[in-house]
Structures are given as C-alpha cells and as structure tokens.
Design a protein around this ligand. Structure first.
Ligand code: FMN
Length: 201
C-alpha cells in the first residue's frame, strides 16, 4: 500500500488531476449520477455507463467520515452551496483528492430537482487540518457499533472544529484554500510559449 500525505495510508496510489482539469457530475435529488464528464471517468477509472445510474457513493473512499457527508447533505437540502475537500476512491482502489463545489439545482416550482458538483485539484495540496480532522472523525465513527451511532458520536467533534466558522463547512474550506494559496508559488511572469495552465503547476 502506498503512503499518502502525512503518513496516512489511503490504499492504492494517489492519482492527481492536472491544474486545468475539472471533474463534473450531476445527480438527481437522491444523489444518483445522471451525468459524468470525461475527466470524472478518466480520474476515477470508471466507465461512463458504470457511473451514470449509480449512487454517488460509488466513489466513496472509506477515509471520508460519514458525518462530513451528513453535513453536506443538510446544507444542500437547505439550498446552500457546499465547498469541501474530498478524497475519492477509484475503480481499482487508487484515490484522488479534490476541492469540491456542490450546488442544488432549483426547478421552476421552487423545488430541488438535482445537484451539480465540480471539483478540481486542491490548490497548494491538502491542508494538514483536513487530514487531522477527517482522521479524528473517522476514528470516532469506527469505534461505534453502527453507522448512525458513529455519526452521532462524531457530530459534536465536527461542530467543535467548525465553531469559529459557525458550523459552516464551506467557510472553513475556503479559509483553508486561501491559506494554501499562499503556499503555492506561481511565477509572476510566464513566458508566452509556456502560458498554458499546466505551466503554472
Ligand atoms: C452532486 C453530488 C456530488 C457528490 N460527490 C461525491 C463524491 O465525489 N464523493 C463521495 O464520496 N460522495 C459524493 N457525494 C455524496 C454521496 O451522495 C454520499 O452521500 C456519500 O458518498 C456518502 O455515502 P454513504 O451515504 O453511502 O456513506 C455527492 C453527492 C452529490 C449530491
């Protein structure tokens, strides 16, 4: 098993998105995938016909705490957009990290008719805060005898961590994105011949 960042073993190898690549999916109101773009298929190693029609947890990685998805769904159902760091599992057991932006789609009658998510490579990498919090929440969940009990036990710890952001996972995530952006050194002048997105990596 390959070792990932901060000594956390996630299984398989890490696959990385190029800086210009965006993983897109659309789901119905229950999270069944209706659309997957070619970047999603390529990074996850699933075929389009395997993704479309499947629940979105087809790419769920066991390192992701269930309670993070509970919070995500709560906010989506309240018609809020969600930004979050997520690690996903590929068809062959490899994994890839993303910075996800998930939004509800509202129909003409005002009801939620589906969801849309676009994700990109986390700029500057994965903040150690994310690894530490997800690891802690996952460990708390695993100590419990059921998934429901696990989420109940982990919930106060998630809320405590997000307290400075009033429990808003997106505000926490975007604060970390801003911090990580300072760590990324982008050349101030890029020669025209190299002015392609991957030249800035
Ligand atoms: C638009 C949209 C995109 C999602 N993307 C992911 C994703 O990339 N990875 C993931 O594990 N769950 C994703 N989810 C959440 C899953 O639906 C599910 O809640 C999560 O995988 C937890 O699965 P579980 O309830 O079986 O534990 C997404 C949900 C929506 C609505």
């Amino acid at each position: 098993m390959a070792e990932d960042v901060a000594g956390i073993r996630l299984g398989g190898r890490e696959r990385r998105l190029a800086p210009h690549e965006i993983v897109v999916s659309k789901t119905d109101p229950k999270g069944i995938i209706l659309y997957a773009n070619d970047v999603f298929c390529r990074i996850s190693l699933f075929r389009e016909d395997e993704l479309v029609g499947s629940p979105h947890n087809i790419v769920r990685h066991p390192f992701m705490p269930a309670v993070v998805f509970r919070l995500m769904w709560q906010r989506l159902k309240a018609r809020e957009e969600v930004f979050a760091y997520v690690v996903n599992r590929c068809r062959n057991g490899d994994h890839y990290w993303v910075l996800a932006h998930v939004t509800p789609t509202i129909g003409h009658d005002g009801r939620i008719i589906g969801y849309h998510s676009s994700r990109r490579a986390p700029p500057g990498g994965i903040p150690s805060d994310v690894l530490a919090l997800y690891r802690k929440l996952g460990a708390i969940e695993q100590r419990e005898t059921s998934r429901r009990r696990g989420m109940e036990a982990a919930w106060p710890h998630l809320m405590e961590a997000l307290a400075p952001w009033q429990g808003d996972v997106s505000a926490w995530t975007l604060a970390l994105v801003a911090r990580m952006a300072h760590h990324t050194t982008v050349p101030s002048r890029v020669p025209q011949s190299e002015a392609r997105p991957h030249a800035l990596a």
